[in-house]
Design a binder for this molecule. Sequence first.
Ligand code: GDP
Ligand code: ZN
Length: 458
Amino acid sequence: MEFDTIAAISTALGEGAIGIVRLSGDDAIAIADRFYQGKSPLSEVLSHTIVYGYIVDPATNERVEEAMVSVMREPKTFTREHVVEINCHGGVVSVNRVLGLALKYGARLAEPGEFTKRAFLNGRIDLSQAEGVMDLIRAKTDRAMNVALNQVEGKLSKRVGILRQALLETVAHVEVNIDYPEYDAETMTHELLREKAGFVIGEIDKLLSTASQGKILREGLSTVIIGRPNVGKSSLLNSLVHENKAIVTDVPGTTRDVIEEYVNVRGVPLRLVDTAGIRETEDIVERIGVERSRQVLKEADLILLVLNYGEELSPEDEALFEAVENMNVIVIVNKTDIEQKIDLERVKQLADKRPLVTTSLLRDEGVEQLEQAISELFFEGELEGADVTYVSNTRHIALLEQAKATIQDAVAAIDMDVPIDLVQIDITRTWELLGEIIGESIQESLIDQLFAQFCLGK
Ligand code: GDP
Ligand code: ZN
């Protein structure tokens, strides 16, 4: 495929201080040579080497930047095109000036995600891998990063590929049966269909069972702190934010209009939803009543319910327990440094099987135990295992669910003795749906939409 040469600022993960201007396309090297001055022109340096030189605007002869420049010739590059990366260290202004020169001398500003899109269009990566790159950019914790990395490495693609292969074999078998009905007993075809469908459904179920954890890793756990006034909600919020690495959210290209506080608690990304909102809803029960507060809470993945060690349990406290029935709750009894008034036996009863932690936020006690409880709630057992493939992408989850429903339709049809060529329609459809995960049967517009979500420069 042929594309024009694109350029953008793409800063390496975790290296915010260094800016990289990246060019990709047939003329990438020729364009860079127009404003690069070094021992020899870039067109003469070996592929996949880094050279030192100056960035100079030929129109004014002005030295813009000292730079390390990598030259990577096609096809062994991220985009499978010629790629030049200019590493600048002079801060935002000089990075922008270098980009300006690239655009002035023949490159076009890349659209968001266009580098990755090219890698996809040039066949270097499939769609789920491309989405993995996107998740990697947005990854909020190390664990989330691993999920994304697996996807980039094609683990999900491989598993989906195996399922599609099984479906294809089934289709082929049915095809033979339709063309040569005397050759194969219909009952055998039915049995084979059931067996393969069972295998596919089982595998889809396995993938889907990882979905909620995968989604949590990717998007963060929406967390709401509730409790009566003065029990220590704000203190808890502050201690969670201050004790844990706050997660950087100023990734270019992500929306910033939602006020959220991200913290990484032992690998669990907590999204302390709308912190301003939490402050507003502090007296949640008193102000808006139990009914309404139920609504507010319904959307949370995790509730931190705070009680006061130094006060007797009130009817409001009991109402809070009622409001969060069947939700993920951690009960926190705070202010253990003052005289006990609370009936801990009753609290244990109310907490039932849910984790109960005592803290003195004032003395910074119990926060470790709380973090441990959060981590245990969401990382019990298998999630630690390196070999699990997590499905975390909403689009993938939806496609897997559709594929499962469709193949279940096929099984139901077999059970009802529906003619085999009709059953085959469902099987083919399942194959297509799974193909959409890796981008094999996907429409152009959807591709554009997906890549537009990428950050600039990737
Ligand atoms: P909120 O109204 O639930 O948000 O409670 P705050 O976090 O604003 O805390 C209310 C008051 O309790 C503040 O004066 C805090 O300093 C104090 N406080 C918070 N945690 C503790 C604790 O563990 N022990 C004691 N003695 N005071 C605390
Ligand atoms: Zn408060």
